[in-house]
Ligand binder design. Structure first.
Ligand code: IMP
Length: 199
């Protein structure tokens, strides 16, 4: 029987990616919870947010928890939206509008050429289990280009405007398995798997 790993997220897209990225584990998430658990992510770094999410869920279920905190860092905008990726456009929830708003911001800052449109997608995964004395973070980062318009309809969040370096296609034009070959989350998960293999 596979061991459980809890993921402190209610984002179904992230859950699906984790199922593929950690095939040796039974992935449980906030989607398996009856009550709604909305964990704030107000810290200044991905590391702090990821650890806080993992610790918050661990305090409730007392089992090993992982949590990721991710964001898109646009170099020409001083890494904006970065750690604020989930909330800078709040209360807007429509991802087409959020992505359009970000593209408008880039135009306002005259970020037109490919060189000016460079960005990186960052994921930090925290793993926490107080009883087992486990508290680690793993960072995954992939550089790419912000496209001039939304492209593709797979994936989620910023996927339609981000194409990894050396690829014409946006993440939203890729299947989950293709995105998982080189995404920020896949890189962080590889480090997590190496850690899990050792414990
Ligand atoms: P979170 O705080 O880790 O949930 O993520 C910050 C924001 O980035 C969320 O609004 C997500 O929709 C978005 N995001 C996180 N991971 C990805 C990804 O792999 N692709 C596209 N958008 C993402």
């Amino acid at each position: 029987m596979k061991k459980n790993i809890w993921v402190a997220t209610a984002n179904i897209n992230k859950v699906e990616e984790f199922k593929v990225l950690l095939p040796n584990y039974e992935i449980k998430s906030l989607l398996d919870f009856k009550e709604v658990l909305d964990i704030p992510e107000d810290f200044e770094t991905f590391e702090e947010n990821a650890l806080f999410k993992a610790q918050t869920l661990y305090d409730i279920i007392d089992e090993t928890v992982i949590a990721d905190d991710s964001g898109l860092c646009i170099f020409g905008l001083d890494n904006f939206p970065g750690v604020k990726s989930a909330r800078w456009a709040s209360p807007e929830k429509d991802w087409n509008k959020i992505n359009d708003k970000l593209l408008e911001k880039m135009l306002e800052h005259k970020l037109n050429s490919i060189d000016q449109r460079q960005a990186s997608f960052v994921t930090v995964i925290a793993i926490f289990n107080k009883k087992l004395n486990i508290k680690e973070v793993f960072r995954g980062e992939i550089q790419g280009t912000i496209l001039t318009k939304l492209t593709g309809n797979q994936g989620f969040g910023y996927d339609p405007i981000f194409a990894p370096s050396n690829h014409q296609n946006s993440f939203a034009q890729m299947s989950t398995s293709e995105k998982n070959k080189y995404s920020h989350r896949a890189i962080a998960c590889q480090k997590l798997r190496e850690f899990l293999d050792k414990i």
